[in-house]
Write a protein that binds this ligand. Structure first.
Ligand code: BGC
Length: 814
């Protein structure tokens, strides 16, 4: 279908659709497509998962057809390179078109609030500017190739456990300055075709029916006019969702929710104009992205080359005393099962079936050719965290016999997945022991860490070099070889802080929640916490080395000083010089420190960055523009971005803690201090995150956590298993899901209470399997209707609830 006059076609089609058809347009035909209307010549629109490669479902569990697997967002973010993210987005779009897919479900712009969120690998950063700019770039790449993006998961979905029901309690400043800001940058900078609302409630209202979130902020304030699509099964009250601005329910609920929309229009509970508004948006989306003209796609080789470049650009050199780049001579021992069985992406809906898979061992051997001998020992089992002292001993022997040892350790696949969170921040004990043993066996040891989020690295100061490989995608092995050998000079920078200990995080006492998650640390997320509280960290946000060195100096600030003046901006100019002997790229980072006269604020906040590529001895002047927003905070009295009058310090450096140049500017503004608690004098610390301070930030008393009984549509299967019929129900659904996804049941079966016995212990090697286990236990009862393809109705659910609530708790052991 080719449509020249989209608006004309939309109006003509809308006018010709019956009420039933209009309601039908607001949900899918199945799991992955919208409904076609044959008599109108209207095709279906196909969607498929991203975000770091296409997962076009083959209908076989979570498997997708082969596609290029790029580094996950957590890796790509370390490139600090929007141009690269855009190239990756464009490549994914070309593959999507070749499969007739019109919308790719990604990128994810959720903030890494805490290192243990199971899905951190799918997210970019703890910082909203970096996250939002990279998300915008990926969206621009997808959409410039004619494929729509779906920016997800909007909003405040920062843990996987209990994601369907956990109410995120977030104060207004934290929402605006951190959690929404990431989406705002992505929406304004990328204009995604769709935004996917998240599963969770936010401040008591489900995201899927949150009018303030879906309409007031997203459309009225940010000027966006695309389609909001539900995360799969995220609908709570369909009619409320329709009113709030949720256009498209996915997947299909077998017509059951469409019927509710029809009913609501008939009774006047839903205005026809609201339905029409939603249908118009869906029709525009279909007209634009239905993917009728499949692209040339393919380009398997070229996309693999891009994946290799992206993998190398994502790697972060954390320490190096000169041992890297490796000399291709003598004997190089490559230790670690990940060198032959790579860990290169996370588990869950984003899991790509790669077109090919490079390993570090093969790549290194190919690159050094006959110049060096490359030996290998596994050191651990790739798929799990099992203790294997014999493998450690063997690895130590192989390392001792080599000139240099490269040890690859990290998080096994079963630790990182959608659907559940990591239980602790450590590597498997087996991996820590391996590092210790190899360090003892060979003084020339390089350690490479693989994973999608920060880990505790107690031995970090001892290797001669430490490299973070992230989750590098299908070419992660070859990209890593390029960096180790110096074919590529690493220029990655950390997109999240590496703390010394998990408990150092501000959010740690408040993560994860179950029925409720209190974001007590408010705006103090990541380096905003560490740098304000003044805690030592293992590696600061923005840190990363290369094989050359840079100087940053000669700072000047020019521009207006009246922050209220139209077009106000400050230009930050610095000179960057390559002071080393090889060409390389510096990432210049600009942080702003506010006056803290009116409100409490983080000590410094990233407000701009630029990549500068220089040959040895070369210098260049770099200008970064700071607009009004770079100096502003969100005022909860005026509900607007405000600039405190006073002195601002602009800090330019190579990490949040490596500041090389600084300058100050005094700004004026008409903004007057309002008495908002806690005031400007409030200083964050673990002891300061009191219930009183949090209630003051929320502007209301902390609501009570929802009690487990009486059961309702949002009671989870594990909650209703407290009574006998619920226990039976859980067992039945569990058995069906195991069959449908081809997953082995956990040892404890449906009733296992470990919260992921196989998952975080890594005993089954399959994050995807654990996701299914958790998904069933944490499924709210309404999920039986939403995912039941029309077979289990709302009325059946009412009856079930009646039975469950009637059942006395004391008979639960029957
Ligand atoms: C995930 C989304 C994904 C969707 C479709 C959901 O469970 O949260 O990110 O796009 O499934 O697979």
């Amino acid at each position: 279908m080719e449509v020249d006059d989209v608006e004309g076609w939309v109006e003509a089609t809308l006018g010709a659709l019956t009420l039933d058809e209009k309601a039908g347009m607001c949900s899918g035909a199945d799991f992955w497509t919208t409904k076609a209307v044959a008599r109108m010549g209207m095709p279906a629109l196909a969607v498929a998962d991203g975000p770091h490669g296409l997962r076009k479902s083959t209908g076989d569990g979570l498997r997708g057809s082969a596609a290029t697997c790029f580094p996950t967002a957590s890796g790509l973010a370390c490139s600090w390179d929007p141009e690269l993210a855009e190239e990756v987005g464009a490549a994914i779009a070309r593959e999507a078109r070749a499969h007739g897919v019109g919308v790719v479900l990604g990128p994810g712009a959720n903030i890494k609030r805490h290192p243990l969120c199971g899905r951190n690998f799918e997210y970019f950063s703890e910082d909203p500017l970096l996250s939002g700019q990279l998300a915008a770039a990926l969206i621009n790449g997808l959409q410039r190739e004619g494929v729509g993006a779906s920016l997800k998961h909007y909003a405040a979905n920062n843990q996987e456990g209990w994601r369907n029901v956990a109410d995120s309690l977030v104060d207004e400043r934290a929402l605006r300055e951190i959690y929404l800001a990431s989406f705002e940058h992505a929406v304004r900078g990328g204009d995604p075709a769709t935004v996917m609302c998240s599963y969770n409630p936010l401040n008591g209202t489900y995201a899927s029916e949150h009018e303030w979130l879906l309409t007031t902020v997203l459309r009225d304030e940010w000027g966006w006019d695309g389609v909001v699509v539900s995360d799969w099964g995220a609908v709570n009250d369909r009619v409320a969702g329709m009113r709030a601005g949720l256009e498209l329910e996915m997947p299909a609920s077998g017509g059951l929710n469409d019927a509710r929309i029809v009913q609501a229009v008939r009774t006047g509970a839903l205005a026809t104009e609201l339905l029409d508004r939603g249908v118009r948006r869906v029709l525009r989306l279909v007209a634009r992205y239905h993917g009728g003209a499949a692209g040339a796609g393919g380009a398997v080789d070229a996309h693999h080359v891009l994946a290799r470049r992206a993998a190398a650009a994502s790697a972060v050199l954390l320490t190096n005393d000169g041992v890297l780049p490796l000399a291709p001579a003598g004997t190089i021992a490559v230790i670690g099962a990940f060198a032959t069985e790579p860990r290169y992406q996370g588990a869950g809906s984003s899991q790509v079936t790669p077109t090919r898979l490079d390993t570090l061992l093969d790549a290194l051997r190919a690159e050094v050719g006959g110049r060096a001998t490359v030996t290998h020992a596994a050191g651990y089992e790739a798929a799990n965290a099992r203790e294997r002292p014999d493998l450690v001993d063997e690895a130590a022997r192989v390392a001792a016999a080599a000139d240099v040892a490269v040890v690859l350790v990290g998080l096994p696949a079963s630790f990182e997945s959608e659907g559940f969170d990591r239980r602790h921040m450590r590597l498997p004990a087996q991996h820590d022991r391996l590092v210790e043993a190899v360090l003892a066996a060979n003084a020339n040891t390089v350690v490479v860490v693989v994973g999608g989020s920060a880990c505790e690295l107690p031995w970090a100061e001892r290797p001669r070099a430490l490299l973070l490989a992230n989750l590098g995608g299908q070419a992660g092995g070859s990209g890593l070889a390029d960096v180790l050998l110096g074919t590529v000079n690493p220029s990655g920078r950390l997109a999240e802080t590496y703390p010394l200990h998990q408990s150092d995080h501000g959010a740690d006492g408040w993560f994860p929640g179950r029925r409720q998650v209190q974001y007590r640390e408010s705006i103090y997320v990541g380096y905003r916490w560490f740098d304000t509280v003044g805690l030592d960290v293992r590696f600061p946000f923005g840190h990363g080395l290369g094989y050359t060195t840079f100087a940053i100096d000669d700072i000047t600030l020019t521009g207006g000083t009246d922050a209220d003046a139209p077009g106000f901006a400050q230009q930050v100019r610095v000179t960057v010089s390559n002071t080393g002997t090889v060409e390389g790229t510096e990432v210049v980072q600009v942080y702003v420190r506010g006056p803290r006269a009116v409100v409490h604020r983080p000590d410094r906040e990233l407000r701009g960055f630029a990549r500068v590529h220089l040959t040895p001895g070369e210098s260049r002047q770099v200008t970064i523009t700071l607009d009004r927003r770079a100096f502003a905070y969100w005022c909860v009295a005026t509900h607007a971005w405000e600039v405190e009058p006073g002195s601002y310090e602009v800090l330019v450096g190579a990490s949040s803690r490596d500041i090389r140049a600084r300058a100050s500017v005094t700004l004026t503004s008409a903004h007057v201090a309002a008495a908002v608690a806690p005031g400007a004098g409030w200083v964050p610390s673990p002891a300061a995150l009191t219930a009183e301070a949090f209630a003051a930030m929320l502007g209301r008393a902390i609501p009570a956590e929802r009690p487990a009984r009486p059961f309702d549509v949002n009671s989870t299967l594990s909650e209703v298993a407290a009574v006998w019929p619920g226990k039976k129900l859980l067992a039945t659904v569990y058995a069906q899901a195991m069959k449908q996804y081809g997953v082995a049941p956990e040892p404890g079966g449906a009733g296992a209470t470990s919260g992921g016995s196989s998952g975080s212990d890594g005993s089954d090697g399959s994050g995807g399997g654990s996701m299914v286990h958790h998904g069933v236990r944490e499924l709210p009862l309404r999920g039986l209707v939403l995912l039941g393809r029309g077979k289990f109705t709302w009325r059946s659910l009412d009856r079930l609830l009646w039975l469950l609530n009637k059942w006395p708790a004391r008979r639960s052991r029957a």
